[in-house]
Design a protein around this ligand. Structure first.
Ligand SMILES: Cc1ncc(COP(=O)(O)O)c(C=O)c1O
Length: 414
């Protein structure tokens, strides 16, 4: 990366911490054996994987056996949705044979998501719906709070609902969703009816390393973990509360039995080592990371307000909603100040207009912001500025000055 550039796109990805690089390198050099081999090189790899599993579990308040390593967040999210559909089908087959309750077994499995989910949830659900394999309800977030409201989720439940998947924090607005409340309400529904249990999933990709995340407190059955959002390499994991016992888990892949057959394939020891180290860092330093990012973001917002005055709109501020400590989504109003145009003329700032996976969708305003009630002309100018552990106030000053000059240039050009 050009040293002159200032990176403010930590919601897209984060650079691995030096300790993480060290753990990955050491594992590559010293633990290259197949973890399933009984001799020393294999045993060393196995020990590293076990240790990492414990560290990842500790970060999310789970037990080591609740962690299944995956290639990343996309796979973890797919695995949950696949499981819910398989579980529904198995249950209905058992009901046909008189071995289970037939409640909810009419029709297709029904999945509830929010209308601001990441594509690795939204597109899987839409694909199943298009193929006639599931019914999907996409609950709109409130245009006031940018959160899904608990009552709206409850109102969407049907007898055949088998999964609710709502992200813990949104990647563009930073809005934190009421997962604990949703889980509490659904758990009492699950108890009340002799019905197929509704499984509860949250994609915690954007929350980990930024706010405290405890899967047990939240009450979820599944929680998605994405390494490259918290200074680990590109690998992920799925937390499952008692995989295969308390909570169903059906593999998408079949092979050599690794990850207790839930996700076979020879383990990626170095990346797992890096994930474990990054998780350990989060567990030890979360409050420092969080307070540093929050104060840096507040300073950024203050400077933006001071320079752009009433031309500034924050698309990450919603009354009554908590927000990630690092995410500032902002529009500078003006007919020539579309987000992509501003960013492509900035000399120092590296940021994005929204989710990295939408960067191919042309210059259309983010559907996430539109769904949160941001007017189209404001959403078109959105800049997602997400700060990291190492972002300084000096960086903020440089970025705000860069934005001031860029805005001036674009307005003069017109
Ligand atoms: C909320 C959310 N979920 C899932 C993902 C996908 O994770 P991965 O890139 O590891 O597949 C991302 C990031 O890209 C994300 O922001």
């Amino acid at each position: 990366m050009n040293l002159d550039r200032i990176y403010m796109d930590y919601n897209a990805t984060t650079p691995p911490e030096p300790e993480v690089i060290k753990a990955v390198t050491e594992a590559l050099q010293e633990a290259w054996g197949n973890p399933s081999s009984n001799y020393i090189a294999g045993a060393k790899a196995k020990a590293i994987i076990n240790h990492s599993r414990e560290n990842v579990a500790r970060m999310v308040g789970g037990k080591a056996e609740d962690i299944i390593f995956t290639s990343g967040g996309t796979e973890a999210n797919n695995l949950v949705i696949h499981t819910a559909v398989e579980h529904f089908r198995k249950n209905c087959r058992a009901a046909e044979q008189g071995e289970a309750h037939s409640n909810g077994c009419t029709g297709l499995p029904h999945i509830i998501i929010s209308n601001v989910e990441h594509d690795s949830v939204r597109l899987v659900a839409e694909h199943l719906q298009r193929d006639g394999k599931a019914d999907v309800t996409s609950v709109p977030v409130s245009k006031t709070t940018a959160r899904v409201e608990v009552e709206d989720v409850i109102a969407a439940v049907r007898p055949n609902t088998c999964l609710i998947s709502v992200m813990l924090a949104n990647n563009e607005t930073g809005a934190i969703m009421p997962i604990q409340e949703i889980c509490q309400r659904i758990k009492s529904l699950n108890k009340q009816h002799e019905r197929l249990r509704i499984l509860l999933h949250t994609d915690a990709a954007q929350a980990l390393g930024k706010i405290r995340v405890d899967a047990c407190e939240l009450g979820v059955d599944y929680l998605t973990i994405v390494g490259h959002k918290f200074y680990a390499p590109r690998i992920g994991a799925l937390y499952v509360n008692g995989p295969g016992t308390r909570t169903p888990l059906y593999p998408m892949l079949f092979g050599g039995g690794q990850e207790r057959n839930f996700r076979p394939g020879t383990e990626n020891t170095p990346m797992i080592a890096g994930l474990g180290k990054a998780a350990e860092l989060v567990t030890s330093n979360l409050s420092d990371y969080e307070s540093h990012m929050r104060s840096t973001k507040l300073y950024l917002e203050e400077r933006l307000r001071a320079v752009f005055k009433d031309r500034i709109r924050f698309n990450s501020h919603y009354p009554g909603s908590d927000n990630l400590p690092n995410t500032c989504n902002v529009s500078i109003l003006g007919p020539t100040l579309q987000g992509w145009r501003v960013l492509s003329n900035c000399r120092r700032l590296l940021a994005s207009v929204g989710a990295a996976c939408h960067s191919g969708s042309g210059n259309r305003p983010s559907h996430i912001l539109l769904n949160c009630g941001v007017p189209s002309e404001v959403a078109a100018n959105a800049l997602r500025l997400s700060v990291g552990r190492g972002t300084t106030k000096e960086d903020v000053d440089i970025v705000v000055e860069d934005l001031r000059e860029t805005v001036q240039l674009l307005e003069e050009m017109n």
